[in-house]
Design a protein around this ligand. Sequence first.
Ligand code: PEP
Ligand code: MN
Length: 344
Amino acid sequence: MLIVMKPTATARDIDAVVNVIEAIGLRAHAMPGATRTAIGITGNEGPVDGRRFENLTGVAEVIRVTKPYKLITLDLRPDKTVVRVGDATIGDSKFAIIAGPCAIESRDQASAVAKAVQRSGARFFRGCVWKPRTSPYTFQGLGEKAWGILTAIREEFGLKIVTEAVEESHVDLIEKHGDVIQIGARNMQNFSLLKRAGRSRLPVLLKRGMAATLEEWLLAAEYIMAEGNYNVILCERGVRTFAQHTRNTLDLASVPAIRRISHLPVIVDPSHGTGTAYMVTPLARAGIAVGADGLMIEVHNQPELALSDSAQALTLSEYAQLIEQVRAIHSLMTSDGEGQLKTA
Ligand code: PEP
Ligand code: MN
């Protein structure tokens, strides 16, 4: 159930509705928008009798939700969500770049890459502390030793740190030292991890599972939001198909498909989406052209020596070129000089 407040509703009117929702043992999610606030209700197993809300002051409409999701929808929030990480943003008219190596390997590697990332104008540095690897015998990440390196990068370059929580206890450490919690494709349906991230104050970057439908992916976002964390960024990173010319099939159609359903920002990861360096730049261009809010790019100072995802890592100069090209495309797509996307 969704309660749409009148544009004239006051904070007291909204509080009164929230109080009733909580008094009947349910959870209220008030989403203020440009023109009105809507309040989503979760926690009910069966239907909620909406009539009790109809006569409360400031209530415009009580809507029964027939879709499987409640909080990710444009019905609840017609304006796009802009995720703010300090002074950096994801979801507004500037496109966001999250770039860095697959994994943090050493201080020299991380700072050589971070320098290039900062020079490109990106605000987010990615680099895994813990790696969820297919084989137990391959590099699993430096683990907690990587935090010293990431803390230095954050201070020296002013970049926001994005890293993956492979298990729940990792969220505590990311909260302590990082800026954005990444949930990887392999964990998209790890429901206890999603709930833990949902109780965090940090934004969550939720990658699409490699066999996930759009609905499953959006329901995973719903798990996070249902716990009260509304700062979710969706990341299309490809799904497994019969194709053998790429590591995954990057499903660019998911970007407009999500736009039609959800207010959440969506970014594209052409690195994991293709698995091959020469395909990353063309697919990055396509990701921006299709209206994504940003890109996640893997880049390494010595790709041939990378301890994970070596084949898809761009060199520093390939990365710089990619950024130049996607910036040109993005500025072509902005119409009136005010940064409004003609497309989205
Ligand atoms: C990664 O971002 O390095 C990663 C492991 O990605 P994914 O979860 O999409 O495979
Ligand atoms: Mn990787």
